[in-house]
Design a protein around this ligand. Structure first.
Ligand code: FES
Length: 155
């Protein structure tokens, strides 16, 4: 008679094992899976099983989230990484190089916003014609010259 033994393959982990080893809640694993960041298979009992490389992926997700990388960007990054094997140093370098560029872009945006806010301190006009925060990138000038404000723009 064949015994019904519930043994997880050495290459596979249960959600509880992944949660314990990665420090994230099982619900977070489900969320990551729903967002396409990680994937699992199902065993004969229809229970989730994760390949061991999911630990590395979850670590990458946590690091990326910590530095503010959007989930959509993380998903794109992880799609470049081969599944079922350890992430190579070259793959890690590619990811972090992309994230650094993303951070540089966002830092540039924040610096520009801070500088524009400097000009608004003590002003309060919130003018479409004058205020760079109210009219970012001088949207009105792109709409034409002259009495643009009188032709429908709210001020
Ligand atoms: S509030 Fe006056 S320039 Fe922004």
């Amino acid at each position: 008679m064949k015994k019904n033994v519930n043994i997880t393959s050495k290459r596979e982990l249960t959600p509880g094992e992944v949660a314990k080893r990665s420090g994230v809640a099982v619900s977070a694993l489900h969320f990551y899976e729903e967002k396409g960041l990680i994937s699992s298979t199902r065993n004969d009992g229809n229970q989730r099983r994760y390949h061991r490389d999911v630990l590395r992926r979850v670590a990458v997700i946590k690091v990326a989230q910590r530095i503010g990388i959007p989930l959509s960007t993380i998903r794109e990054s992880l799609m470049q990484i081969s599944t079922g094997q350890r992430m190579s140093a070259k793959e890690w370098r590619q990811l972090t190089t992309q994230w650094r560029a993303e951070l540089d872009r966002r830092i540039g945006t924040l610096i520009r916003l801070r500088d524009e806010l400097d000009g608004c301190i003590g002003c309060g006009c919130l003018s479409m014609a004058q205020c760079p925060l109210r009219n970012p990138n001088d949207r009105l000038s792109a709409e034409g010259t002259g009495a643009v404000l009188l032709m429908g723009a709210d001020d």
